[in-house]
Structures are given as structure tokens and as C-alpha cells.
Design a protein around this ligand. Structure first.
Ligand code: NAD
Length: 260
């Protein structure tokens, strides 16, 4: 049976591509495209699927996977609806605070939820490689991260940069308190146990992330550049197919999908 999908934020940069990919996929059925009332006319999908009520769509299609790329507070409301009707969820929204992430984790014990700050294959491979690189370089190498995104992006640093920083900090034996999200003024010498994260914003950059490893007499720079939002949208579609027959338990990630 085709995997039923409800797309949230269907007029958005990500939601519009995901809706189109789902509509074209013979193994999937787009059952609803949800947007806020004032943006409904911007949706470019089958008109009979368009609605401003996730509650109505989810209650009618309880088997559907909700794919959500919106804003943190909207995502939290959407999880509450999914909990009510036992829908599955694939969430790409970034910028969630600790309390909101805690809510996702708690909810994932009741309904299947996958959250990933970046659904591209390339970035998820980098997530896996980072600890190995830290281990081989040893403690002499300073780690820094930079990210560039288009001028409309609402949150900073990017969810991907935060996840990279957390993975690298763990690998170096640092805590979250060692992450330095911007520098300004007389900051003194760089402490050894620090990872800096810098955000640039402008134009139409889909998403660039560079991880620097500065050592004595050399440095490594590893850059991932997303050329198109399709790479994230393809990941979300793949994740929706994967989660369709999963049970609740832990908050799933793209790693679970890629290693399946
Ligand atoms: P966007 O602003 O283009 O799209 C968000 C859409 O949600 C808009 O169309 C908006 O009208 C809609 N929306 C807002 N409130 C709503 C509500 N109450 N009900 C229904 N729809 C509502 O943003 P975007 O560029 O598509 O990014 C969305 C999120 O996805 C951001 O958090 C971004 O960082 C994240 N993102 C994640 C990945 C990933 O791979 N995980 C990739 C790209 C973007």
C-alpha cells in the first residue's frame, strides 16, 4: 500500500518541493497539503488536497506520515496533533530550544518520530566521520565551524552547525559550555577547550558548512555545500517511507534511515 503523507508548510521553500516529490512518487500518496490560511493560495499542488487544518487532515488520515518543515512553535503544535491521532512524523524544522527538543524526545516514546537538522546524505556521512578525524588528529588540533545560509533563514547557528559542534565537542571530551557561538571584543587567546561556530547570511545560499581542524603547520578544511533543496527533500521522502512501518521508542535520526 502507498505511504500516505501530509505535508506541513506546503507553500514553504522545503514544503513545496516535498509536496511535489511525494505527488510524483508511485509508492506514496499525498493526502493533504497544510498551510496557514493566508498562504493557501501560494500552494502549487492538487487543489482538493489543500487545507489550513492539520487537525482535520490527521483525524481523517490516521495512518499518514506528517512531514514537517516549518517553525519550532508550529512543529510543537503539530506534534500535539500527531499524538492525538497517532500519526507518524518526519521533522526537519531547526532552531528548537532544549525544552522543545525534550518534548520531541518524550513524544517519540508514544508515536514514531524522526527529527534531523539536515536530511542530506552527505552531511549525515560527515556526522559519522567527525569523531574518527578528531581521534586521529589528537588534542593539538583546534576545531572551528562556519556556516552560510540564504538571507531568509530565521535561526542561527544552523541546526546542522549545532549538531556538528555537539558531535565534535563530545569527541574532544568537551561539554556544551565549550561551544562559542560568536566572538567579539577583547576575547583574549583562544582557550584550548573551545569550538567556535560562526554564521554568515546572504543571498540565496542553500547551505554551506565548513569544519576546520587547525594544527601545527597545517590545517584541514572539510566543506559540504548543498546545491539544491532537493537533496533535503529527497532525504525527507526517504525518511517518510522508512518510518511508515516503525514503532515508537526513541527519537529516530537520518542515521537510522541510512544504515537500514
Ligand atoms: P519557509 O518559511 O519557506 O517555510 C515554512 C512554511 O511553513 C511557510 O510556508 C509558512 O507559511 C508555513 N507555516 C507557518 N506556520 C504555519 C502553520 N501554523 N500551519 C501551516 N503552515 C505554516 O521555511 P523553509 O526554508 O522551508 O524552512 C523551514 C524549516 O526547515 C526551517 O526550520 C529550516 O531551518 C528547516 N530546514 C531543514 C532542513 C533539513 O534538512 N532538516 C533543510 C532545509 C531547511
Amino acid at each position: 500500500m502507498a505511504v500516505q503523507v501530509i505535508v506541513m508548510g506546503a507553500a514553504g521553500r522545503m514544503g513545496s518541493i516535498i509536496g511535489k516529490l511525494v505527488q510524483e512518487d508511485k509508492d506514496m500518496e499525498l493526502v493533504a497539503a497544510v498551510e496557514k490560511e493566508e498562504s493557501l493560495s501560494n500552494i502549487n499542488l492538487k487543489p482538493n488536497l489543500i487545507t489550513s487544518s492539520l487537525d482535520k487532515a490527521a483525524s481523517k488520515y490516521k495512518e499518514a506520515v506528517i512531514i514537517d518543515f516549518t517553525y519550532p512553535e508550529v512543529t510543537i503544535n503539530n506534534v500535539q496533533v500527531a499524538l492525538k491521532y497517532h500519526n507518524k512524523m518526519v521533522i526537519g524544522t531547526t532552531g528548537l530550544n532544549e525544552e522543545q527538543m525534550g518534548f520531541l524526545e518524550k513524544s517519540a516514546a508514544k508515536i514514531p518520530i524522526l527529527w534531523a537538522p539536515n536530511m542530506s546524505v552527505g552531511i549525515n556521512v560527515l556526522f559519522e566521520l567527525m569523531p574518527k578525524i578528531v581521534e586521529m588528529l589528537g588534542e593539538l588540533y583546534d576545531v572551528e565551524i562556519s556556516e552560510i545560509h540564504h538571507k531568509f533563514k530565521k535561526d542561527a547557528p544552523s541546526g546542522t552547525a549545532v549538531k556538528l559542534a555537539e558531535i565534535l565537542a563530545r569527541a574532544k571530551g568537551f561539554g556544551k559550555e565549550n561551544l562559542r557561538y560568536c566572538r567579539q571584543g577583547i576575547i583574549g587567546e583562544r582557550p584550548k577547550n573551545e569550538i567556535g561556530v560562526q554564521s554568515l547570511r546572504g543571498g540565496d545560499v542553500v547551505g554551506d558548512h565548513t569544519i576546520y581542524f587547525f594544527g601545527p603547520g597545517e590545517r584541514i578544511e572539510i566543506t559540504h555545500r548543498a546545491h539544491s533543496r532537493e537533496t533535503f527533500a529527497q532525504g525527507a521522502v526517504r525518511a517518510a517511507k522508512w518510518i511508515n512501518d516503525k514503532r515508537p521508542g526513541k527519537l529516530y535520526s537520518m542515521k537510522d534511515v541510512l544504515l537500514a
